[in-house]
Design a binder for this molecule. Structure first.
Ligand SMILES: C[S@@+](CC[C@H](N)C(=O)[O-])C[C@H]1O[C@@H](n2cnc3c(N)ncnc32)[C@H](O)[C@@H]1O
Length: 200
């Protein structure tokens, strides 16, 4: 199967329809991280059309992804894309609001890439699903360079969103349970791990 062709097709679709997907160097960084850390079981918050879920699943035949999306059209497009890659047995797509669903399973990596205003809630809700030595990865930490920049020129809505993202950054920096590293790649990526797992 010509994965490159299908990946490019998804990128073009996202571009034409204005669907936000991970930046190229961001997804390359994430898939490399998954490979290096032997991550197998992934929970993603924010599927969109399945671009990052598919890229993550392609790292290794042993990788499985459960991904949550609340927008029906995007979810349906993600189903089509997953089928095109023949990844139905390794990618499970859920159509629901991530804040309203209960997931019992435990994951090696939780990828937060949904509504930026809800990042603290996603982190708090799903950290119970993280394996002891697992990773929580968050995208859009820099938000196109807007976090920690001059807010006086921003519209009210944008200012509120950026303020929420900055609160999330501080939540990660001050977190007693998790230690976080911030990477200037893609739109800014944070990787959090339990402090305890470091010391063991
Ligand atoms: C940035 S896109 C995800 C991009 C995707 N991870 C990728 O790189 O291919 C964010 C998605 O999260 C979805 N979303 C936002 N809030 C959500 C929520 N509370 N529950 C489920 N999905 C949500 C949006 O509908 C949107 O499609």
């Amino acid at each position: 199967m010509d994965y490159e062709y299908l990946i490019t097709k998804m990128e073009k679709y996202a571009d034409q329809k204005g669907v936000p997907i991970m930046e190229k160097d961001g997804i390359n960084f994430l898939t490399e991280f998954i490979k290096l850390n032997n991550v197998k079981k992934i929970l993603e918050i924010g599927t969109a059309i399945g671009y990052s879920a598919i890229n993550m699943a392609l790292v290794d035949d042993g990788v499985t992804v459960t991904s949550i999306e609340r927008d029906k059209d995007r979810y349906l497009q993600a189903i089509k894309n997953v089928k095109e890659f023949n990844l139905e047995d390794r990618i499970t797509l859920l159509l629901c609001d991530a804040l309203e669903v209960d997931i019992d399973d435990e994951f090696d990596l939780i990828f937060i890439d949904a509504a930026k205003s809800q990042y603290i809630k996603f982190f708090e809700k799903f950290s119970k699903n993280l394996a002891k030595k697992g990773f929580i990865v968050t995208d859009n930490i820099d938000f196109h360079g807007l976090t920690n920049s001059d807010k006086s020129v921003m519209s009210k809505n944008l200012r509120q969103l950026v303020t929420k993202l900055e609160k999330y950054i501080n939540f990660l920096k001050d977190n007693e349970e998790f230690k976080t590293r911030f990477f200037k790649v893609g739109d800014g990526i944070a990787i959090s791990v339990r402090k305890k797992s470091y010391n063991e």
